[in-house]
Design a protein around this ligand. Structure first.
Ligand code: N01
Length: 488
């Protein structure tokens, strides 16, 4: 391809959340033109959608940031959601990305039309042809409202945690929260002082690690401003702690680390939940680390407040007046909050992606979402994923993971833009061999051996995560192994 061709080379990025914005920054630096299509009326993805009380990121702020955009102004060690959303929007504005975002333009169809080209259709109509497509659609965007009998008969107000209804005042209301994940355990402490009562409907208890969230004093922020090197050192330190040590514990490569995690969680329960019966009911029967670990110093104090109630009897149905449990009790409520999580296997959907020979990715992924090293799929040339199947998941920075994938995908896109190839896709053999290796390795992770279920499992009962160390993820995605691709 000539440089004139490079000038006309265009990439469609799907999604202007945290990973879509970073993808755009990398493409811009590589001199590759792109358009970002965003379904909503604002950028920020999950940090735009989730506005529930008490939301902060449970990854430290100085790690939960782009490698290329350190931020001396974080207010807390774990900063609140509005600040994180403002950070992403600020980076997009400062680096000139925002002008390339087409808001309210949900991609409904991406179709491979041959000769390396994709046709993109959005809710606004036909967007024309693109040389490559990068789906940066995030992992936790499709909310799950469980199918509980009578759900819609409730006479009060109900909503999912990611669609918080700020019109409804909770003051002096009787509130029910369904779920005990990261979300529910943040909401309860944030509302307990305001409400008449709050009942937490627990199906499975969670292991919780006690980590305080301290504000950064002004002198600390000044030191970060004056000596940015301090932020770089902190980023490296936290990265080592979370990605190297913590992640290694989960995948069976640091047994001492896993044992320490279990000890710290049990100690937290023993030290901070005083009533032995409540402590028993809050004690999980599975291994710590099996589900995503909850990080909170606020949940145990909050659930012991006189107006907070742990309900661990099974929900049998929802009635106009409240929630009925298997012990026959009706818990009368004014508001029900569904903190019941997300479908992490939605990926780009509900869009339709049609690859070579008219094969749809929905069809290909009907039973199980399989990809080559989390970033590409055979039969879908020049289509790449950020946060695709088998991306590392867990208590570490999604942004760091995404940047590793973005760096890798940008190298492939540059090959296309520079005219080295017209089409690139992974081979079927390399993809199968990668997935066979994953299937063996995943058996040794605590997600599988720990005796729990979680959103990490797909409907076939397989955990779709990265089963090796974080170091291996970075090493594997450092440079594309071109012998594992078909390039024309
Ligand atoms: O969702 P979850 P989440 N009846 O899927 C329960 C990220 N995140 O929104 O465990 C009764 O973890 C379900 O019960 P069980 C983070 O990656 C990050 O809390 O399946 N209960 C579970 O307790 C996190 O992991 C942050 O038995 C029902 C809960 O609902 C991910 O988002 C903050 C039920 C769902 O928990 C998801 O977290 C928030 C039913 N029918 C989220 N159906 C931070 O960074 C489901 N449940 C802080």
């Amino acid at each position: 391809m000539t440089s004139a061709n490079k000038a006309s080379f265009r990439v469609a990025v799907i999604g202007a959340g945290a990973s879509g914005i970073a993808t755009a920054v990398y493409l811009q630096r590589a001199g590759v033109a792109f358009t970002i299509f965003e379904r909503a009326g604002d950028v920020g993805g999950t940090w735009r959608d989730n506005t529930y009380p008490g939301l902060s990121c449970d990854v430290p702020s100085h790690l939960y940031r782009y490698s290329f955009a350190p931020n001396a102004e974080w207010s807390h060690e774990y900063s609140p959601a509005a600040e994180i959303h403002a950070y992403f929007r600020g980076v997009a504005e400062r680096l000139g990305i925002i002008d390339k975002v087409r808001l309210s333009s949900e991609v409904t169809r991406a179709e491979f039309v041959g000769d390396g080209m994709w046709r993109i259709t959005t809710t606004q109509g036909d967007e024309g042809l693109f040389n490559a497509v990068i789906a940066a659609t995030g992992v936790l965007h499709k909310l799950v409202l469980p199918d509980i009998e009578g759900r819609d008969s409730f006479a009060g107000t109900f909503f999912h945690s990611s669609r918080w209804n700020h019109e409804v005042s909770l003051a002096n209301k009787r509130v029910g929260i369904i779920g005990t994940g990261s979300t529910a355990t943040q909401i309860l402490p944030a509302i307990v002082d305001e409400v008449a009562s709050v009942s937490l409907f627990q199906r499975t208890p969670q292991w919780i690690v006690n980590v305080p969230n301290n504000p950064f004093p002004e002198e600390k922020k000044r030191a970060f401003r004056d000596e940015p090197q301090k932020m770089a050192e902190l980023y490296d330190h936290l990265n080592n702690l979370f990605n190297q040590r913590f992640a290694a514990s989960l995948v069976g490569e640091n047994d001492a680390g896993l044992a320490e995690m279990a000890r710290a969680c049990r100690q937290n329960l023993e030290d901070n939940v005083h009533d032995p019966d409540l402590r028993r009911r809050l004690t999980p029967s599975y291994q710590a680390g099996c589900k995503r670990l909850i990080v909170s110093d606020k949940f145990y104090p909050a659930i012991q407040r006189p107006n907070a109630h742990l309900v661990d009897a099974k929900i049998t149905q929802i009635e106009p007046a409240g929630i009925r449990t298997a012990d026959g009790l009706l818990h009368e409520l004014d508001v029900i909050v569904y903190a019941t999580g997300f479908d992490p296997f939605a990926f780009f959907r509900p869009a339709v992606i049609v690859g070579r020979d008219g094969v749809s990715l929905n069809e290909r992924w009907k039973e199980s979402c399989q990809a080559y090293r989390s970033v590409a799929v055979p039969g879908f040339p020049n289509l790449f994923f950020i946060g695709g199947p088998n991306s590392p998941i867990g208590n570490f920075s999604f942004l760091r993971t995404a940047e590793v994938q973005i760096g890798y995908v940008t190298r492939l896109v540059e090959m296309l833009a520079d005219g080295m190839h017209r089409e690139i896709e992974p081979t079927q053999e390399a993809t199968e061999s990668f997935n066979a290796e994953v299937e063996q390795a995943i058996k040794h992770t605590v997600w599988v051996t720990g005796g729990c279920t979680s959103w990490y499992f797909d409907k076939q009962g397989k955990v779709v995560s990265w089963p090796w160390s974080y170091g291996r993820f970075e090493a594997d995605l450092k440079q594309p192994r071109m012998e594992e691709f078909k390039a024309a």
